[in-house]
Design a protein. Structure first.
Length: 151
């Protein structure tokens, strides 16, 4: 794997790991910060399906679920030949800190620098919204609603 084709994000969230984990794995809670519909089965081989913008479904399967500490799932976009469902891997570690949680995200398996840049932008956008929701604030309407992406 080329190191240049890895998306890495770290963000501090002002909430305990259990609250952040719930926002990542509970379909109703996911919709507070990302997407218009979600079907999530947080167990190995369980479905990950989120209509991220109301116009674009991300699909994959969970590979690893360690409650309140770690998630890993395959990821891709329905209808995409560039990043098809399950073709990349998202790993999220939640590290407890005295004032909340350090969320460490690694997204590997993307096919190009352009795709890495686009996904890095997407993760930055949605992790900011996750942080707002975890802190008990309403992130507001998603300005990316209806966006279809570039692949």
């Amino acid at each position: 794997m080329q190191e240049s084709l890895v998306v890495r994000r770290e963000t501090h969230i002002a909430a305990p790991p259990a609250a952040v984990f719930a926002l990542l794995t509970d379909p109703e809670k996911i919709l507070r910060w990302m997407g218009t519909e979600a079907e999530i089965e947080p167990q190995p081989e369980g479905l990950y399906l989120v209509n991220v913008t109301g116009a674009r479904f991300a699909r994959g399967a969970f590979r690893e679920v360690v409650p309140v500490h770690r998630l890993a799932y395959s990821f891709g976009w329905e209808g995409s030949e560039v990043v098809p469902p399950g073709s990349s891997l998202v790993e999220i570690d939640l590290i407890e800190q005295p004032d909340g949680t350090l969320l460490r995200l690694t997204h590997t398996g993307l096919p190009s620098a352009e795709q890495c840049a686009g996904h890095a932008e997407g993760w930055a956008h949605y992790l900011d919204r996750l942080g707002e929701a975890a802190a008990g604030r309403d992130p507001g309407p998603d300005p990316w609603h209806g966006r279809t992406g570039s692949d």
